[in-house]
Each structure stands twice: as C-alpha cells, then as structure tokens.
Design a protein around this ligand. Structure first.
Ligand code: NCD
Length: 341
C-alpha cells in the first residue's frame, strides 16, 4: 500500500482484503470490549476545512482507540490559511508536529498537493467532489459484513447507486473500489444533471462490470442487493445549477414504499450520511428507521474499525494488534436509549 491514502486508485484487491481483515480484528476495540496502546505517543493532525461530523470524529476516535492522541483544526477561519498560507507551508509545518494527517478540503486535488510536501502519511478525508477513500473502504467493509450475515457474496451482486452521482465523492471512490471485485451489476439513477461522470462509468465497464443507467426508481428492483443513496451536494452547485435545480421529485426517493414494493426482504439500504432531513429535501426517508434493512448506523459504526485499520496499516502496527489487547475495565450501559442496529 502507498504511504498515503489519497485515492482508491492506490488500492488493489489484496490491499483491500488486508484492510478488511485488520478492520475485523479491530472490532472488539471499536465495540469497547478491549483496548490497545499500539499507537501510544503518536499524534494525529486532523485538519478539516469543510463541514464534517462523522468523518472528523470517527478518525479522531479511531486514533485515540489505538492509543494515540489528536490535535485538530476546523474551518479556514481558525487556521493560518485565512492569512494566505499555502498548502505547501501548512503541510511542512504540520509534518513537524504530527505522525499522520487527515485532511478534508473543498478543492479537488488539494489533499494530494498537501501530501506532496510532507513525509508523514496523509489520508484524504474528502477533497471537494474528488474522492473519499476511507468512506469507500468502510462501505465495502459494510457490504461484506452484511452479505456474510445474509449468506450472499459479491460475485454477480446487484448494487444501485442513487442521488447526486456527479458531485458525491463517496460514490466516486466506491464505484472504483467495487470495480476491483468479480463482475457486478451496477445501476445508476440520478436526477437530471447529476449523473455519474462518464470516465468512471467507462472505467467500471472496461473491468467487466455491467452498468445500467435508469432515469428514475419507479421500476423493478426485486433482485437488488444494495441501494446506496446519497445527499444532493448543493454546496458544490454552480450558480446556474442553483437557479435551475427543481428539487428532487418523488421518482428518486428511497423510502419504505420503494423498499417494500420495488425491492426485496434482503435489500440493504446504505447512505454515507448526513441525510438531509429538512422538509422538501427528499433524501433517504426516516420512515425506514427501525427497518432491519436500513444499514446506515451499522455503516457508521463500521467506520471506526475501518479507520483504525487504515491508521494501523499506514503506521505499520497492524501485525501488533493481536498481542497488544487488554480487556476494558469500564463499560457503557447498553440498556440506555433505543438503539436499533
Ligand atoms: C459525505 C462527504 O462528506 O462526502 N459524508 C461523509 O463523509 N460521510 C457525504 C455528504 O456530505 O453528503
């Protein structure tokens, strides 16, 4: 594996399988039953120049659960970039302070530019509409776990990617990662103007996968294994798109009616989150909350184990985990609240 994780392009089936195996080893730690100190003394720089809850906090938590500590900055306002500092200078400075860096930035390619100026591992936490490799890895980890639970396998699986496929960086990374697997059926459905970039469709097709583009969700999906839906990334729209965008029509909504009438009992529903719950946004519907097919919170939980696996692999402590486990002495009461998993 390359010293950084900037794009899923640096991964192959072997490195993905390795990360899946290490993530599975991390489960007892992620589930707070065991602890490890393999990253004791290491410091993570967590630099987020775009809005984030899950990615920022789960990278932070994952590093802490490996025994390391974290320093972070959020937004441009409180960083020296607000004073005109370049990515190069920020990178050189941060590498003197930290042992690994996670960065999210609104410009495509910016995280790679940042990584070119440092000698510590850099993970792309999302670069504009570009890529989000750790999300794609946790998505693959989730699909793999869900398929194992349901007695299914990747080969020949039917996966639907829907929502904003043009600006959604999670689906850009995910479709490339899926293309490393045995031939799949991938269906793409997006509102007009938000289609998956042609170059990505061509790449996946050239690797032997069957890609079908449909105009709406109102068709038969009874053989569907996964529906992966995404938020409309309005913050990345051009002015013209903002003026012309009509909103999401009923034809694109993933809700209980869609799942009950078009899909099957074993279709799982994923979303990188956040889902836009404001009235009229028509993102993934809350009427699926409590439905066992809704895998979104299992997916977010899986993010901790996968991000721990990424850090452990990039910092070369992945082989030490097994020997460095202790049981926790504390516990979180599991009977509080209404957690559906
Ligand atoms: C996504 C992102 O930031 O790309 N969120 C995430 O990291 N889980 C998706 C989104 O913002 O819609």
């Amino acid at each position: 594996m390359s010293p950084h994780l900037l794009s899923v392009d640096s991964l192959n089936r072997d490195s993905v399988n390795h990360l899946l195996r290490v993530a599975a080893q991390m489960e007892p730690i992620a589930q707070r039953r065991q602890v490890t100190r393999v990253l004791e003394g290491a410091v993570l720089g967590n630099l987020f120049f775009e809005a984030s809850t899950r990615t920022r906090v789960s990278f932070h938590t994952a590093f802490c659960r490996l025994g390391g500590s974290v320093c972070d900055t959020t937004g441009f306002t409180f960083s020296s970039m607000a004073k005109g500092e370049s990515l190069y200078d920020t990178s050189r400075v941060m590498s003197g302070y930290c042992d690994a860096i996670v960065m999210r930035h609104p410009d495509q390619g910016s995280v790679a530019e940042f990584a070119a100026a440092t000698h510590v591992p850099v993970i792309n936490g999302g670069d504009g509409p570009g890529e989000h490799p750790s999300q794609a890895l946790l998505d693959i980890y989730t699909i793999d776990k869900e398929f194992q639970r349901l007695g299914k396998s990747f080969g020949g699986a039917h996966i639907l990617l829907t929502g904003d496929l043009k600006y959604g960086r999670t689906v850009h990374s995910l479709i490339k990662l899926l293309s490393l697997y045995d031939p799949l059926r991938i269906t793409l459905v997006s509102p007009p103007g938000l289609e998956m970039p042609t170059a990505l469709i061509d790449l996946v097709t050239s690797r032997g996968h069957q890609v079908e583009v449909r105009d709406h969700l109102a068709t038969d999906f009874s053989d569907l294994d996964v529906v992966y839906t995404t938020r409309i990334q309005k913050e990345r729209f051009t002015e013209e798109m903002n003026e012309n965008f009509q909103g999401i029509s009923d034809d694109f909504i993933v809700n209980k009616v869609f799942l009950d009438q078009r899909c099957s009992e074993s279709t799982i529903v994923m979303h990188p989150l956040p889902r836009d719950s404001r009235p009229g946004a028509n993102d993934l519907n809350v009427d699926l909350n409590g439905d066992p097919r809704l895998a979104i919170f299992r997916q977010t939980d899986n993010g901790i184990a996968m991000r721990m696996a990424i850090f452990a692999t990039l910092l070369h402590v992945d082989s030490l985990i097994e020997k460095d486990l202790r049981s926790v002495r504390w516990f979180v009461p599991s009977q509080t609240g209404t957690l559906d998993r």
